[in-house]
Design a protein. Sequence first.
Length: 375
Amino acid sequence: MSKLPNVTTSIFTVMSKMAAEYNAINLSQGFPNFPVDKRLTDILARLSTENVHQYTPMAGYPPLMNKIAKLTQDSYNRTINPETELLITAGATQGIFTTILALVKENDDVIILDPSYDSYESPVLLCRAKPVRVALNDDYTPNWERIEKACSANTRMMIINNPHNPTGKILTENDFIQLKNLLEKYPDIIVLSDEVYEYITFEEKHISANTKDFLLNRCVIVSSFGKSFHITGWKIGYTIAPEYLMKEIKKVHQFLVFSVNSISQFAINEYLDVVDVNLLGKFYQEKRDYFQKLLQNSRFELKPCEGTYFQVASYAGISDEDDVTFCKNLIINHGVAAIPISTFYSDHKDQKLIRFCFAKDDLTLESATKKLCKL
Ligand code: PMP
Ligand code: GLN
């Protein structure tokens, strides 16, 4: 008997594989295709001959943890104790899984906002808890009335993703006021805030849960160096939580991975001395603007994109096909891969929307959009 009977291969794997089979330009799975900063690869090359190949302490390499505490201070004016409130994880994925496994019990409810990233539901199901999927508004803002209706004494956790994959939406000050009001009514709810795109926002500034006093004692925040340093394959990130929650999270981490890949921890520790994460927003804003400009004469209708490196587009003016079929045909007949948005909904609602990843070099964006403009 399967513990996850409805889980199939992730849409990101399916689309990337199909893109490779048909030699299509892959704007589906979210990863950059340009070279990593040479300063980082130089550090890595030098470190590879040094004594950095054994286990780090379970929660992470202490100098790196101190530097993440400093980054958190510099970015959000939040002081964390790296020894008790921080954990280095094998990507945000492991931070999410470990947090849910540690904190959610059988029969608890966990609020997940649709459309939602695919990593949230399965760990909830493995805990024998209940994912409660609540749809965002049509403009992808949270519907706080609907969220409140879905909450009960049974609700243990609410997962927010800010900036939001796949829609690129970011939460506003007003959203945090609504969240505060809700949490005052439900003192047992813990928030899991997935902020892997925290440094990739454009006109509006990202508001991190790290900056909200009412959340500090009841919120777990996950982030990923994969997104911030263009190294998704390194699978390295971190989790911040108040000590009483982190104690439980570490218990699970200890037996899930024990400790995380040491050389990447050493390398990122050094890289953090020279890199400026605040340049990332501008870097991706230019990519977004270029991608949007290249598509302005196409028949795709582009949705607003406030952050992340994803662009949602409607193809309603091009085809009546459902979004999964449209994406498959887009690969086969037009040589471009994208992600169907229906796969982010529990009810697989088809709205003729697809997601493009614009974390690509200019030539790739130009070649892909040339094909897309022919549709
Ligand atoms: N959360 C979101 C919203 C993501 O988009 C991703 C991956 N792109 C992750 C978590 C996982 O991050 P990682 O690759 O560091 O595990
Ligand atoms: N987060 C990436 C995306 O949204 C996918 C990562 C994965 O394949 N699990 O495209």
